[in-house]
Structure formats: structure tokens, C-alpha cells
Design a protein around this ligand. Sequence first.
Ligand code: ITT
Length: 206
Amino acid sequence: MKLLIATRNPHKLTELAAIFKIPGLEFLNLSAFTNMPEVEEDGLTFRDNAIKKARAAALASGMWTMADDSGIEVLALGGQPGVRSARYAGEPVNYAANNAKLLKAMNGVADRRARFSCAVAICDPKGVAEVAVGYCHGTIGFEERGSNGFGYDPLFIPSGFAITFAEMSAEEKNKTSHRARALHLAATMWKNIFEKATDTPTPLAS
Ligand code: ITT
């Protein structure tokens, strides 16, 4: 069975493929298609945006599709950057500018609590979607540390660790991240969807 992964972010694609491993499941990515619509990520929640991305790609491709919408929410900033995480410092997306803006916003702020959130939507070829959400709690550091991962990883220290996501190996990050948590739930969701889809009803006695 084939599953289209609807992301244009190569870092996410690598993490998704490393975590969402299901025997017999083959991934396709958006580069296999030329007719994919641009999706405006204007939802108020990660969940809404994940559904929007998965549905647009599922309807355009006619395939089962998975999409991720994710970002970082900082308590002292009222949940910002939140759903605006990718474009926090404006267009085009620039990780260094986003991190600089976040550090500036946190200048002098003692309460550094934050969480990463990830919503993973799985959508059938007709546009019916289910969503799983995962979180990873932690704090915002005082400077960027590490060069692994992407986005806000150099600033995020997950609870129970003294190092940032960007100082962890991919394997370590994938054990504890918001994306890993959402994908483990999504794997159960997928199993249930798949079992339902392949369930042959017992013929009624005539
Ligand atoms: P797609 O929409 O094509 O999947 P994107 O990068 O635009 O790719 P989002 O709209 O979901 O994805 O934005 C996610 C942003 O949140 C991303 O640009 C990072 O800044 C941040 N982010 C999400 N997950 C992250 C992670 O694991 N590590 C660091 N930053 C992350």
C-alpha cells in the first residue's frame, strides 16, 4: 500500500519516514506529482492546518495522504509563535531570523516554558481525515546551541534533558519529539483505518 507524505519540508520528511515505519507501507512524496495545489496555512490550529494540507494533496492525487502541521508555543508569549512558527519573522521562511526574533522576544523573560506541538492528519482519497496530536514540553534556551535538526531545535531544551534538540542525534530526538508522539498515535490510527478498509463483511444469509 502507498501513502503520500504531503510536506515540502525535507527535514520533516526524513523524521516522518524514520518514525512511521509500517511493514508493507511505501511512501511517496510531493515531488512525484506536478499538479499539487499550494495550500494556504490559515487555520487557527495545527489540527486544522494538518487536515487542510492532507486533504488538498489527497484530493489532487487520489491517494491516501499524511500531512504534518507543527510549531512551537511559548507560554510567556501567550502561545506565540504557534501556528505562525514557520513565518514568525516573515516571508520567506528563515530559521535563523525566526530564532533571532524568538530570542529577542524572550530577552529578560525568566519563565522560559514552551512546547512543541505536532498534528498529523491522515486523509483518504475522498477527503475524509483523522488527526493525531503530540506534544513535547521543555524550555527556551538563552542562546542557540547545536547544529542538528532544523527550525527552533537549537533553542529548545526538552524537559528532562540539559541539551537542545539540535545537540541530540536524530535517533534521540525521534524518541521524545512532538512529531514522534503524534506519529505513534497516527500509527495506531492507521492500523484501525486499514483494518476497517480491508474488512470483508460477512455475507448475509439469504
Ligand atoms: P510543510 O507545511 O510543507 O509540511 P513547513 O516547514 O512549512 O512544511 P509547518 O507549516 O508545519 O511546516 O511549519 C513548521 C514550523 O515549525 C517549521 O518551519 C519550524 O520552524 C517549526 N518546527 C516544527 N517542528 C519542528 C521541529 O521538530 N524542530 C524544530 N522546529 C520545528
